[in-house]
Design a protein around this ligand. Structure first.
Ligand SMILES: [Cu+2]
Length: 470
């Protein structure tokens, strides 16, 4: 028999709470008690108390689901339900998720484990669960209508299969998929190798997170589910910078970061200060002959990537999506580019009529990060992250890999800001400035252009105003 202790072993247990028994005790007697999470903090790794041993992962702003062993079968209980997710301090979203949070808890098993997952549906509509990337019996694949009946509201279904391939996977519904994924229903899955694997290295730190995106109007709480591409919140595990926890490691650690993409566009993930190898995908470990060093790896829609590097450079290293619109947070897209337009005179005239009138971005948009403008309640500011030297001017898909000599093995706590050693930081030049030498062409053009205009023409470039056409 399982005891509650089995569930509560490991550090993630302190804030876990047993779900309110809305299903009758008798009906639940055969099921493992569902464990809920009430916080969006990064929980320490869940060291396995039962089953085969492994080196556990850390889910950024998330947690690993405890299990019970039942006659050699690893049993988990997922509850699909509406949740309130704190996406960054003070900004809450009404999402759908699993066991109290979105995304759901990470599931960690070992290659060869027989796994049984109870899925209870507390949503107002039917659902199902697809185990992305797994080799399993066709009837366990979770495609509503194709491989199983949908799981109606209030029903519990059981999935059971052997985790055959070690690697990096995820789970999500395959029922009313557009709506349920836009609402935040997804989770991470890691299958650890059973023994030493020629293509899977042991690492000191193993982080996981999912890329997801929401469209939540300023001042509101619920995502707009019909949005196709123009999302305004680009998140990691339903968190946005500065709400995304940092990746805290010890100098010299071998670090693996596993990423899955369940948004509707690709994300080139970029790490500062180090080069990494892509050591695996949801298809399995990559052959060594295919690995080459990069500092940016694109993660396309529905893909997963494992990045590995030796964290040997001390410092606070930015780690972010390289699409600059994805490191902004909620913004209006219908704002014309005003750089170079001097409208001070116009603004003065309008301010006489509308005192709050504000002219935006005539010298770039960095001012936005410092602007104290009134916002509706529950609105995440754009680019609001604050660093030791001022605004970081980033939001959304951005975090920091913190590499420290003093970080203890197994300690995932935030060491604070890096102190730049004397003489190693960019500084202001206060000497005199020489007149820059202008570049001059040394040769003539290869061919004479025909039909040249008599006078030089200056072209004004303007960005498109809407996103409706793509
Ligand atoms: Cu991106």
């Amino acid at each position: 028999m399982f005891s509650r202790r089995t569930f509560f072993r490991g550090a993630g247990a302190a804030t876990a709470a047993v779900a309110a028994a809305s299903v009758s005790r008798v009906a639940m007697a055969a099921l493992p008690e569902p464990v809920l999470q009430t916080k969006s903090d990064t929980m320490p790794p869940l060291v396995p108390g039962t089953g085969r041993p492994y080196n556990p992962v850390v889910t950024i702003n998330g947690w690993t689901l405890p299990w019970r062993m039942n006659n050699g079968v690893k049993e988990f209980h997922l509850v699909a339900e509406p949740v309130v997710r704190e996406m960054s301090p003070g900004f809450k979203a009404h999402l759908w998720g699993y066991n109290g949070q979105s995304p759901g808890p990470t599931i960690e098993v070992v290659e060869g484990d027989r796994v049984r997952i109870f899925l209870t549906n507390k949503l107002p509509e039917h659902t199902s669960m697809h185990w992305h990337g797994q080799r399993l019996p066709n009837g366990m694949d979770g495609v509503t209508g194709l491989t199983q009946h949908s799981i109606g509201a209030g029903k519990t279904f059981v999935y059971e299969f052997v985790a055959r391939r070690p690697g990096t996977f995820m789970y999500h519904p395959h029922a009313d998929e557009m709506v349920q994924m836009a609402m935040g229903m997804m989770g991470f899955w890691v299958t650890h190798p059973r023994a030493k694997h020629p293509l899977i290295d042991e690492v000191d730190r193993d982080f996981v997170f999912l890329l997801n995106a929401y469209d939540i109007d300023p001042g509101s709480y619920t995502p707009k589910i019909m949005t196709m591409l123009d999302f305004n919140l680009w998140s990691w595990n339903s968190r946005i910078f500065p709400g995304i926890d940092t990746f805290n490691v010890r100098q010299g650690d071998k670090v693996r970061i596993r990423i899955g993409n369940l948004t509707m566009t690709n994300h080139p993930m970029h790490l500062h200060g180090h080069e990494f190898l892509v050591t695996g995908t949801d298809g399995g470990p990559t052959p060594k002959s295919t690995r080459f060093y990069e500092v940016t790896a694109d993660v396309a829609v529905g893909q997963m990537r494992q990045l590995e590097f030796i964290a040997n450079e001390e410092g606070d290293w930015a780690f972010h999506c390289h699409k600059s619109h994805h490191t902004m947070n909620a913004m209006g897209h219908n704002v014309p580019t005003m750089i170079g337009v001097d409208h001070r005179g116009v603004a003065r005239q309008i301010t006489k009529l509308i005192p709050d009138y504000m002219v935006m971005s005539e010298r770039g948009m960095a001012d936005m990060a410092e602007m104290e403008m009134p916002l509706p309640d529950n609105t995440e500011r754009m680019m609001s992250g604050e660093g030791p030297y001022g605004s970081v001017e980033m939001g959304g898909m951005f975090s920091v890999v913190k590499v420290r000599r003093e970080q203890k093995r197994g300690d995932y706590s935030n060491p604070g800001w890096y102190k730049q050693p004397e003489g190693t930081q960019a500084f202001e030049w206060t000497g005199s400035l020489a007149e820059p030498a202008r570049f001059r062409s040394e040769g003539a053009a290869a061919m004479r252009a025909q039909n040249m205009p008599a006078k030089e023409i200056e072209v004004q470039v303007r960005k498109p105003k809407g996103h409706a056409k793509h």
